[in-house]
Design a protein around this ligand. Structure first.
Ligand SMILES: Nc1ncnc2c1ncn2[C@@H]1O[C@H](COP(=O)(O)OP(=O)(O)OP(=O)(O)O)[C@@H](O)[C@H]1O
Length: 284
């Protein structure tokens, strides 16, 4: 029987080394940190929307995805886990503040009935900055999962905070996310950013649904030609490298920016996310 340096052998453990041990002894399973959601909730699919850096349009894609699925007749919801930069209430023009009773917190519904919860729905003043430490932020996101009365939801989309820090880690550990969508923009950094997101998903054992490239091109209203404002995209190569699919490309569209700014994202026109929506519908 061979023993490795940490005291585990191929037939079992000889020391208490399993927590954090890279040798899969099989004697002790790591404890799941997944939290149960409120007992009144029935949430079928949970999709995390991530991006390696801020400002690439993660919140916009999250909103468009929820609107797309709601239009298809599903019940969609958005959990805004971007606590320090919440964008969801603005995109849907939600000014109402959340209320709670002894059973939990009621989500704020959009005009078409999408349930949402965001820190801005709890703060007295939308402009109050959230100057909280990591564990408090992570705890708030956890509460959005455990304490909000989401009810019946077919697709819940989580607008994740950018990067791979404390909060995304807690979200992935405490919410049973079924898949993640990676949002990128066509810039040189894309390869590194996608690689980081892929590695995090692998570490967390969460399947990647696919990639969405935002701000891919700009269609000139005068001549109808497409221009690659950020240069040539490398998304196909990067996708191939990681065996992923590119499931959507969105143009830079001033109408999208205006819809977001005016809280009218539910009126958007465009079928850019159709392939992604179909893939979500086929998810087991
Ligand atoms: N395809 C697009 N065309 C025009 N404007 C866009 C597009 N995508 C995003 N924007 C605008 O860019 C800004 C940033 O988008 P968004 O808030 O979705 O990014 P984000 O990745 O969620 O950023 P952060 O993580 O920093 O919150 C918004 O004002 C949004 O309206």
């Amino acid at each position: 029987m061979e023993e490795n340096t940490r005291g585990c052998s191929d037939t079992g453990c000889t020391e208490e080394c399993c927590s954090g041990c890279e040798h899969a002894c099989g004697d002790q399973q790591p404890e799941s940190l997944i939290e149960p959601t409120n007992e009144y909730n029935n949430i079928k699919k949970i999709i995390g929307v991530v991006s390696g850096k801020g400002g690439v349009g993660k919140s916009l894609i999250t909103s468009l995805l929820a609107v797309t699925m709601q239009r298809k007749g599903y019940k969609a919801a958005i959990l805004d886990a971007d606590i320090t930069g919440p964008s969801i209430p603005k995109a849907f023009n939600l000014k109402e503040k959340a209320v709670a009773n002894e059973l939990g917190i009621f989500p704020i519904k959009t005009k078409t009935g999408i349930g949402t919860m965001s820190v801005n729905s709890l703060l007295e003043d939308d402009t109050d900055p959230v100057v909280w430490r990591g564990p408090v932020i992570a705890g708030t996101v956890k509460q959005f999962w455990t304490d909000v009365l989401w009810g019946d939801v077919d697709y819940m989309f989580i607008d994740m905070p950018p990067g791979t820090g404390d909060v995304p880690l807690t979200v992935f550990q405490s919410i049973p996310v079924d898949g993640i969508v990676i949002v990128t923009s066509p810039q040189e950094l894309v390869s590194m950013i996608v690689s980081k997101a892929v590695k995090m998903a692998q570490l967390m054992n969460i399947p990647i649904v696919g990639l969405v490239e935002n701000m891919s091109y700009f269609t000139c209203p005068d001549n109808g030609k497409d221009y690659k404002v950020f240069g040539d995209s490398h998304i196909e190569e990067v996708a191939k490298q990681h065996d992923l699919e590119v499931l959507g490309r969105l143009p830079i569209d001033p109408k999208l920016a205006a819809a977001c700014d005016k809280g009218m994202i539910e009126l958007f026109e465009g079928d850019w996310l159709e392939a992604l929506a179909e893939k979500l519908e086929k998810m087991e």
